[in-house]
Design a protein around this ligand. Structure first.
Ligand SMILES: C[S@@+](CC[C@H](N)C(=O)[O-])C[C@H]1O[C@@H](n2cnc3c(N)ncnc32)[C@H](O)[C@@H]1O
Length: 255
């Protein structure tokens, strides 16, 4: 099996595949100015859809839940059926790099911990094209939350996410992409731990046992454990920022 398959096996057992929680999803949604009664929403990189389900509950809208891993979409739709929300969510197995929706078709675009797969700047540009005039985008992005991260943190992100910026740097990128920032807030540590690192640490012993002697699998699982330890040690220097913004031009002039 390839690395990514062990990663998927772990993530499929979690409540979600990245930091976040329903409270933050609701807080971000409530920042969006008054919108149509039944907004058309695109959730990019929805994973197993904790935020998709929450959005379906609070938005009164129709949601396209897009991910390129079918097993996540299956988990999402099983959860949606349990909540009686399956008619509000339409799963789409598609790469965000190949989104072929009509331009200016969405009222709201959502993406928690996923837009960076397109590159943050590029992702903003694509969302700008897909949003209706005055449409809103809510996205979480990994940021430095402290102006002076120690060398260990800088070195770590040079390898893990060289595009990382501070909050102001991201706000500048957002403005250049043709959006007005409505508001932003940093996800609390509990959003990293409760739905993500703690469930990972709960699953790891089972998977380590299952794949004993498998070097590829062990490497993947050790990396997750190290990532959680690194976060606990340095969480005051980086985090996820929720940026909520509104399209301010009809045609994107992002460079
Ligand atoms: C960090 S997870 C976040 C999932 C979910 N939004 C959450 O917060 O729990 C990133 C998601 O992006 C999806 N993904 C990665 N590359 C993708 C691509 N090119 N197109 C669509 N989805 C992609 C992954 O399958 C995964 O579900």
């Amino acid at each position: 099996m390839e690395r990514i398959e062990y990663l998927y096996e772990l993530c499929e057992a979690l409540p979600r595949s990245g930091p976040g929680d329903n409270e933050c999803t609701r807080r971000a949604f409530n920042l969006i100015p008054q919108h149509v009664a039944h907004p058309f929403i695109l959730d990019i990189g929805c994973g197993q859809g904790m935020q998709t389900i929450e959005l379906a509950k609070i938005s009164n809208g129709k949601i396209i839940a897009l991910d390129n891993h079918q097993a996540f979409l299956d988990i999402l739709m099983a959860r949606a059926r349990n909540e009686g929300l399956e008619d509000n969510i339409s799963p789409q197995n598609m790469s965000m790099l190949d989104m072929n929706f009509e331009e200016e078709s969405f009222d709201i675009i959502w993406s928690e911990g996923a837009l960076y797969f397109m590159g943050f700047t590029n992702g903003l540009k694509r969302c700008h094209q897909l949003l209706k005039e005055k449409g809103c985008l809510a996205v979480t992005e990994l940021v430095y939350t402290n102006p002076n991260p120690p060398k260990a943190v800088v070195d770590y992100f040079e390898d893990e996410y060289p595009d990382i910026k501070n909050i102001d740097g991201n706000i500048e990128t957002i403005k250049k992409a043709g959006f007005n920032l409505i508001s932003n807030f940093t996800l609390p540590e509990s959003a990293w731990l409760n739905n993500y690192y703690l469930p990972i640490e709960k699953e790891l012993p089972r998977l380590i046992k299952k794949y004993q002697g498998n070097k590829v699998a062990s490497q993947v699982f050790v990396e997750f454990k190290n990532e959680a330890d690194f976060y606990r040690k340095y969480s005051k220097f980086y985090g996820y920022e929720f940026f909520v913004m509104q399209k301010n031009r009809i045609t994107s002039r992002a460079t």
